[in-house]
Design a protein. Structure first.
Length: 316
């Protein structure tokens, strides 16, 4: 898809920060996925904006990613440029205009774990819902990531985007349509960062860290042992009414079911695990089997929470 001129142009902008025909299995938590036409790692926001503008001018499709923790790339790969944001957008800033309601600005490539840790160390609460969620701020905003304690959209003050026309725009919370595990209407924009409206509740950093340890321990008790395979966290969204997805899959008798190297976790039925040698096709076939069985048993259609992208492998 990328001709010689396009490759030369990308190399001129990014130097060693671009790799061609790069296997996405190296860049997703599932450890599966065919090659991207190019994987780009811009070093700062200015280069990111220049890169995005040039790709649009040349009509080369692209997508932005963080750590690939909520991403399943098909075996045929991606006929586009994948832009990794973790190098370019990785700073955290504090504003203390209101001491009781501090604001934290985190760029899209900041890892959620680092943001939560920073808030705790500064005696700031409000990010507890994100404890234990892998990935970056950009992905968390786009997916409205959350747990039983709440969702990222609950504490957003504003989000900065790179728009399709190349402009950078900041939108307030009341302008954004956060939904369950999604941000509607901004799919063609790149998340650059977000400002979080948090709070001080009088607890010391030590007290907040102890509470965080309790929350993390509780979350880990119900999750698969990540030393025995790779996953992208909960695979399906919980239905709006009725039992959660994991309970439905469990009741359908699917724990431990395998397709190739993909398995429904025996510990948490809403986790699909790559046991070591899965292809994306195995995970997708298992996804289909889960959806079909749950629909037949309970009349409920489960929708993936994981973002599925890429081309099916073409027959040889």
């Amino acid at each position: 898809m990328l001709d010689r001129d396009a490759r030369r142009w990308l190399r001129g902008i990014l130097g060693d920060g671009v790799a061609f025909d790069e296997p996405m299995a190296r860049h997703t938590s599932f450890r599966v996925g065919g090659p991207a036409a190019a994987l780009a790692r811009p070093g700062d926001q200015a280069i990111l904006e220049r890169l995005a503008a040039g790709l649009r001018e040349r009509r080369i499709p692209f997508m932005a990613v963080g750590d690939g923790t909520n991403l399943l790339v098909r075996d045929g790969g991606l006929r586009k440029v994948v832009i990794v944001l973790t190098n370019a957008l990785n700073t955290i800033r504090y504003s203390h205009e209101n001491e009781d309601q501090p604001r934290i600005g985190a760029m899209a490539g900041v890892r959620l774990a680092a943001l939560c840790r920073s808030a705790l160390e500064n005696g700031i609460s409000g990010m507890e819902m994100a404890l234990g969620i892998p990935g970056t701020v950009g992905g968390a905003v786009r997916m409205n990531a959350g747990t039983g304690l709440g969702a990222v959209g609950d504490v957003i003050r504003s989000v900065a985007f790179l728009l399709p026309d190349g402009r950078v725009a900041e939108m307030g919370r009341d302008e954004l349509d956060f939904r369950y595990r999604g941000l509607h209407g901004m799919e063609s924009c790149v998340v650059l960062g977000a400002v979080f409206r948090l709070k001080r509740n009088g607890a010391s950093p030590g007290e907040l860290k102890e509470r965080a340890r309790e929350i993390l321990a509780e979350r880990r008790r119900g999750q698969p042992d990540h030393g025995r395979g790779w996953s992208a966290g909960c695979f399906f969204k919980n239905p709006p009414d009725g039992p959660p997805a994991g309970a439905l899959i469990d009741r359908a008798g699917l724990k431990g079911v395998r397709v190739g190297g993909a398995m429904v976790s025996p510990r948490h039925a809403n986790f699909i695990v790559n046991t070591g040698d899965a292809a994306a096709a195995d995970i997708l076939a298992l996804k289909d089997r889960i959806q079909e069985t749950v629909r037949e048993r309970f009349g409920i259609r489960l929708s993936p929470e994981v973002e599925i992208v890429g081309e099916k492998r073409h027959p040889v």
